[in-house]
Design a protein around this ligand. Sequence first.
Ligand code: ADE
Length: 448
Amino acid sequence: MSDKSDKNTFNLTRVGKYELGRTLGSGNFAKVKLGKHVDTGKQFAIKILEKDKILKVKMAEQIKREISTMKLVKHPNIVELHEVMASKARIYFVLEYVTGGELFNKIAREKKLKEDEARKYFQQLINAVDYCHSRGVCHRDLKPENLLLDSRGNLKISDFGLSALPQQLREDGLLHTTCGTPNYVAPEVIVDRGYDGAKADIWSCGVILFVLLAGYLPFTDSNLVNLYKKIYKADFTCPAWFSPGAKKLIMRILTPNPKHRIDVPQILQDSWFKKGYKPEKYTQFRDVKLDDIDAVFNNESDDHLVAEQREQPRSSKPTLLNAFELISLNKGLNLSGLFEKKEEAKSESMFTSKHPAPEIISKMEETAKPLGFNVQKRDYKMKLQGFDIGRKGHLSIATEVFEVAPSLYLVEVKKQCGDTLEYNRFYENFSTGLKDIVWKADGLDVAA
Ligand code: ADE
């Protein structure tokens, strides 16, 4: 997320009929915030894109068509797109709100998944990918960060139809881009001779299956050129614990030549894949209006633009959390994170403090600066931007102080961009520096 768009969305509180809440995630082109419909109270995830970033590339008809398709489709494993809105500077996608977090966090927590569980996610992934491909929509950026889990632990793919946005289409009708996450990208995408988006998605599904079963990536190298060489040659080794069936399927998917790569109908016939496969029933097309998408992309008049409201400057108190908000902040009624110190890689942390909120803020600033971070503050929120370029770019961290009871504060610390392990190293040093203000209950260190 660039500084510019971050500043622009920092204090947005309402767009059209949606009140905006906390940030759910952010990436290079977009930020996702929690939204609540003011009439119905229903919660949504609102994806915010800066127009100047995405419209620099000619908005091809295909992009509009794909987004329209995504509004029409309804599949249990695909995040639903409810509405598209625009203001002068931004486009807003109103998406189904999914509460179970990223599949990536589950892998980071559990290291690797059991074969049956990995197969269940892979079946859901292929089922959803097949459904979209058969409607002419490819994802092109399938990776664990785009795989969310719902409250029942089912997979939900986000961004189907949206990832065509910043990408270039040339006259041959094939896609030309190299701007995916390289670890998951198919060899033909890297060499940019134009590619079949569906075949490239299958490759990414193969990398995801490998990660689910292994707990690590099949292709890695700190040097980008060497990484591309490994991908191009499909230079990877399956660990000994992969079953012969899983290994065979992965080898058929991670085949460099897309013409020889297994396709979806063949995957559906594979014996490892078929075990216990119960394809979800889904309804066909929904009866929805597409005039919002027409209005946003045709750009002929300003009549359709939604109003944006911003927070009044300088609130003098931290946000007060009620019990429900406190629970939702710590994901699905699981408060164990508040009391246990776990060793796993995490991209979010929190601690409690009984010190006054302004003191917590200044102590965090004082601690972050010598660790090599630029600090931006606004009320009880802070953004820490690492000076060093890490494995996945600069580390960027957002913090917010919440009041949970008189004189008791909860501080949320979240990685926004950068590498999770680098974030974990940062948090270890950061929490050590904050030990004087962290509240320890009955001998428990509540920095989690
Ligand atoms: N982060 C990105 N998209 C999301 C969604 N649809 N629901 C919850 N968190 C998200």
